[in-house]
Design a protein around this ligand. Structure first.
Ligand code: TRP
Length: 347
């Protein structure tokens, strides 16, 4: 029996949302509502793998849910909720901790980056949760038997690990799965969906560094809640080279800053990089930057206004998240019932 085409993705509430989150994730979640069953999560349990002030965690959780909706996710169509409200994530995460191997986790580049690479003094001091992070992520996805996960480039490795866990579970428990009359491919081998021109949005100050909330310079990152003036100022002051824009994408090679700004323009206008260069090839930054600033403001300002309205209405947000969690649980519970029987838990 083929799996229902189902999309799952999540964002961690561990900082203010920025353009990288928007273009790399949220904006790409929206059209999938038309073609798939879609589940979009605020992964608060992942956020606490590094220390979060509880008040900040709560505020960012609401902010991400509000950004989802303000960007065009329809809470009646998509399931929108925060992870910790559906405790089955933790339960399946634990079972996967017992399926996955320590060596698999130790190889994850995101872990090595955060913990300091092999043998680094830091790697002993990070939380145990940070080490097991990818196993909880696999649980997020497989709890719903999701078939596709829209993510940025940097999450590909975690998706591969998700498939490894699915494969090992299907294999280790094949006798029990068969014995219960279930399909032998119990968990699907989930695909990552990495598409579009801006799967990796770079810093406005350094085209070789990812745009990030932890950048020392405030000018390197456009936040979703930035006002129009701030957005314009940041774009106009973005680092560039002195050359005019090329007429073809090839001409952007070796020009990281220029490539980044063009990719941002393309993503914000739903056009290809080539289409943007058709229009702006030969132009200098004096023409391109104001155009990009206007475009960014026209897309982001209405979203920021709507986000603010939503985060100010906590009762409404609680209702939406509670309702999303109920719908998520309704999908997860029968799957978890099977998992418990497969594993041999007595109920
Ligand atoms: N690890 C993802 C990130 O850092 C967040 C995440 C957690 C996620 N669980 C997920 C993404 C499940 C997709 C699906 O961006």
């Amino acid at each position: 029996m083929p799996f229902t085409p189902r999309v799952f993705s999540g964002i961690k509430p561990s900082g203010d949302l920025h353009l990288g989150n928007y273009l790399g994730a949220i904006r790409r979640f929206v059209p999938l509502q038309q073609t798939h069953e879609t589940i979009y999560c605020v992964v608060d349990m992942h956020a606490i793998t590094v220390w979060q002030e509880p008040e900040d965690l709560r505020r960012w959780t609401y902010e991400i849910a509000a950004a989802y909706i303000a960007s065009g996710l329809d809470p009646n169509r998509s399931i929108i909720f925060n992870q910790s409200q559906v405790v089955e994530h933790a339960e399946l995460g634990w079972i996967f901790n017992c399926v996955a191997r320590v060596g698999w986790m130790a190889r994850m580049t995101q872990f090595k980056d955060k913990a300091g690479s092999e043998g680094g003094e830091n790697s002993e001091a990070v939380s145990l949760g940070l080490f097991a992070y990818p196993s909880l992520m696999a649980a997020d996805i497989l709890l719903y038997k999701a078939t596709g996960v829209p993510v940025g480039e940097d999450q590909r490795q975690h998706l591969e690990l998700t498939r490894d866990i699915a494969k090992k579970f299907n294999h280790d428990f094949r006798k029990q799965i068969k014995g219960l009359g279930l399909d032998e491919e119990f968990f699907p081998l989930t695909e990552s969906m990495v598409t579009g021109p801006a799967t990796r949005v770079m810093s406005l100050r350094d085209g070789k560094k990812k745009m990030s909330k932890s950048d020392a310079s405030d000018m390197s990152t456009i936040y979703m809640m930035d006002g129009a003036d701030t957005i314009s100022k940041k774009i106009k002051k973005a680092t560039t080279d002195p050359e005019p824009l090329p007429s073809e994408a090839q001409g952007l090679e070796g020009r990281a800053e220029a490539a980044n700004l063009v990719a941002i323009y393309a993503a914000l206008s739903d056009r290809s990089v080539d289409a943007v260069l058709d229009e702006y090839g030969g132009s200098g930054w004096g023409r391109f930057k104001p155009a990009l600033a206007d475009l960014a403001v026209s897309v982001l300002a209405p979203i920021a206004t709507q986000m603010q309205r939503l985060v100010d209405d906590r009762a409404e947000m609680d209702r939406i998240l509670g309702n999303g969690a109920d719908r998520a649980r309704a999908i997860a519970q029968p799957i978890m019932d099977d998992v418990r029987r497969i594993v041999g838990f007595v109920r």
